[in-house]
Design a protein around this ligand. Structure first.
Ligand SMILES: Nc1ncnc2c1ncn2[C@@H]1O[C@H](COP(=O)(O)OP(=O)(O)OP(=O)(O)O)[C@@H](O)[C@H]1O
Length: 707
């Protein structure tokens, strides 16, 4: 290893931060000079945009407002975040990258080939006043070897340099000479340090340390859908968010038109991840829960597990389809259109043909209802032509609007209100039986019927599963708008009907599905990805597996993995890449005071602490924390230097992480769920939230499956 600091040890700064470099000075000084110059260049880019005068180029105030908005967004995107490095790596190519690789790396404008020999890789593209790149966006094709090149496959890279920072100051670097056979492969200290860094506050990006197997997922094309199975802390969420950022870079125009969406399990989770994409310069990505997507009615009710399972079953889609189309009736009478002194008659058999034709076509119920008057009018027009008239399109339109035609259509193909339809299905046993025949047995029908039928859509106590049914019915009536790309996180908890709801939001786009079968805690949790992807409408999606764990220390993940044979046999246990062995302790507790003592011990360390407990235990613990004057937050709320403790109900722990976790009463967590397997899965989720240390406190016996 010829550098002053090979992967086994980052260099210590020989000079004060910010020292201007002179040619021939040491590498760190030169890199600092490049950093200072890049910052100035970014400032100049920002000032250029700020100085834009749009008075002469906008025709009206609407244009001006739109352009002003674009400019404001651009200024925001060009902000220099003082506490994050402008670049975190460097690549020295042996040869100038070919045109194919350079494509997409232009960022602001095409660059001369020679400029690519040495590239600094950062969160965004920065160029100097001549347009030459100072920093290359991590998403550009030329940046890819930073993540993927290795000693076995150097990808034409002579040198890969990683930088260490404190705040925005460059403090260390580390070199790998990938094409030098004399240098042995080693593990990067800087990379390891980044992985080990304590967690405070919301989730942060991982651009500096994306791993090769993660990068393959991040950079896979927009056309294909992907599914990632990965145990706790394998980076699924991180990968999903970086994939969105990558796709927005590679397909900016297309996705700006069609839109992107990140779906997470609940508000706390969305708050936890909401800063990652803006930190990567992407401000326009919508984030939502599945419930948000289907919010056609106010949800005020809940279902028992059995009812929710039936309502979430894919067979309900067919029940709804039948119920919607049951409104179509076959004509028994002709339509007679009077125009002036003439009467035109479309006989019943001809109307029936028109209706049947529309039934055979793959168009929505509502679109067919709109098409039918035109079809009838066309039949009238044909008769007019036969009798020697020469009607034009305007005549057809006016016949379509004729009262007799409208009345006929109202009977043959009446409007359907999706919420009213679902209300009727859940309230009227005969209506349900008629459409569920051969699909749901009697017991299943009984299970979903309301014991007290609702009077109106407004007064009904809709459940979350009902809202999904209304969404399905709505889509039968009119096509749901499809986005360009959807990322679905914690997907294992979705019912088949929920997968369908997400799937119809990306029918013409693609999806990234992220989840862990072992963490499925709903009664309808996904059993196989193939099945789930079929419900989503993307059966062709490739399933990738991530098994390297970046969160949970070895001892803790080893302990949690004892549950795997009971909750998801066949899944590969996570192999922790954390070097910090972490702390792991099981304590007998005699009361809440012992739980609080464990919290105080955890808070003696740097970073965040999560006190995770069964939902039913939360009120008692709230009281104990208040009485002890120990301040705490709710999940998803940002930790501050003063308040680093979060009280987490087990039901909201999914997807979150804390430096230290105090896990209260595992048996209560298991017992809170309707069955043992779900209980153990919930416990598995809670056991795998800790980054540096886990303390389990228990007064009752631990579940036997933990050994
Ligand atoms: N390549 C990486 N470099 C550094 N940190 C990483 C990397 N990949 C993941 N992490 C970190 O590991 C932690 C876990 O990542 P993430 O939450 O994305 O995992 P997950 O698979 O979604 O977990 P879960 O199944 O529990 O929801 C996060 O703090 C994330 O920043």
């Amino acid at each position: 290893m010829s550098s002053p600091s090979g992967p086994s040890g980052p260099s210590v700064p020989p000079a004060a931060p910010g020292t201007p470099g002179t040619p021939g000075s040491d590498p760190l000084t030169r890199e600092r000079a490049h950093l200072a110059a890049s910052r100035s260049a970014l400032r100049a880019m920002r000032e250029d945009v700020q100085a834009l005068d749009i008075k002469d180029v906008t025709a009206n105030w609407v244009n001006a407002a739109a352009l002003t908005h674009q400019i404001e967004e651009r200024i925001k995107a060009l902000a220099d975040l003082s506490d994050t490095p402008l670049f975190f790596g460097r690549l020295d190519y042996l040869h100038s990258p070919g045109a194919e690789q350079a494509e997409g790396a232009e960022g602001e404008r095409p660059q001369p080939e020679a400029a690519y020999q040495t590239l600094h890789i950062g969160r965004r593209h920065v160029h100097d006043t001549d347009g030459d790149p100072m920093v290359i966006d991590w998403r550009a094709p030329v940046s890819q070897p930073f993540y993927r090149a290795s000693k076995q496959d150097p990808q034409d890279i002579a040198l890969r340099r990683r930088f260490g920072y404190t705040g925005g100051d460059l403090t260390a670097y580390e070199d790998e000479h990938l094409s030098d056979p004399a240098e042995a492969a080693g593990t990067s200290r800087l990379l390891q340090q980044e992985i080990e860094r304590p967690r405070v506050g919301p989730m942060r990006d991982i651009v500096a340390t994306i791993q090769p197997e993660q990068d393959e997922i991040v950079r896979s094309g927009l056309a294909a859908s992907l599914c990632v199975q990965g145990g706790p802390g394998t980076g699924k969420t991180a990968v999903g968010l970086h994939r969105v950022a990558f796709l927005l870079y590679a397909h900016r125009d297309r996705l700006a038109r069609t839109g992107t969406l990140v779906i997470g399990p609940n508000r706390s989770f969305l708050r936890y991840i909401e800063q990652v994409l803006p930190a990567l310069g992407e401000l326009e990505v919508r984030q939502a829960t599945v419930d948000d997507l289907v919010a056609h009615v106010e949800v005020r009710g809940t279902d028992g597990a059995a009812a929710a399972v039936v309502k979430g079953d894919a067979r309900m889609a067919e029940v709804l389809r039948r119920a919607v189309y049951s409104h179509v009736t076959m004509p028994t009478e002709p339509v007679v259109v009077v125009r002036g002194s003439r009467r035109w008659r479309v006989p019943a058999y001809e109307l029936e043909e028109l209706v049947r034709e529309l039934l055979d076509r793959d168009i929505r119920y509502g679109a067919a209802a709109e098409a039918l008057p035109q079809r009838i009018a066309h039949a009238v027009l044909v008769q007019m032509e036969r009798s020697g008239e020469a009607p034009d399109d305007r005549v057809q339109d006016s016949v379509a609007r004729n009262a007799a035609v409208k009345a006929a259509v109202k009977t043959l193909w009446p409007p359907v209100d999706p919420a009213k339809l679902v209300l009727r299905l859940l309230s009227d046993p005969d209506f349900l039986a008629a459409h569920a025949e051969g699909l749901l047995d009697e017991a299943e029908q009984k299970e979903i019927l309301w014991s007290r039928p609702a009077r109106s859509v407004k007064s009904a106590k809709w459940s979350a599963a009902d809202a999904v049914l209304i969404d399905e019915a709505t889509d039968l009536v009119r096509r749901t708008h499809s986005l360009g790309h959807v990322v679905l996180d914690e997907a294992q908890d979705l019912s088949p009907m929920q997968y369908r709801a997400v799937g119809r939001r990306c029918t013409t786009g693609s999806a990234t599905v992220l989840g862990d079968l072992a963490q499925g805690t709903t009664p309808w949790a996904t059993r196989s990805w193939q099945e789930a992807l079929t419900h989503l409408g993307k059966p062709e999606a490739l399933v990738e597996e991530l098994t390297a764990g970046f969160r949970v220390p070895t001892d803790v993940i080893g302990y949690a993995s004892r549950l795997l044979p009971h909750i998801a046999p066949g899944l590969t246990p996570v192999a922790s890449v954390r070097e910090n062995p972490g702390t792991f302790e099981i304590r007998r507790a005699t009361g809440d005071a012992d739980v609080l003592a464990a919290c105080r011990d955890a808070l003696a360390h740097e970073g965040s602490t999560g006190l995770i407990a069964a939902d039913t235990r939360v009120p008692a613990l709230t009281e104990a924390l208040d009485a002890a004057g120990l301040p705490y937050l709710s999940p998803g709320e940002e930790t501050t230097p003063d308040v680093r403790l979060t009280l987490v109900p087990a039901s909201l722990a999914k997807g979150l992480e804390y430096d230290y976790v105090v896990l209260d009463e595992p048996t209560a967590i298991v017992d809170a769920e309707p069955d043992d397997r779900t209980g153990l899965r919930r416990l598995y989720v809670c056991l795998t939230r800790a980054v540096s240390g886990l303390t389990i406190t228990h007064a009752t016996e631990l579940p036997p499956q933990l050994g």
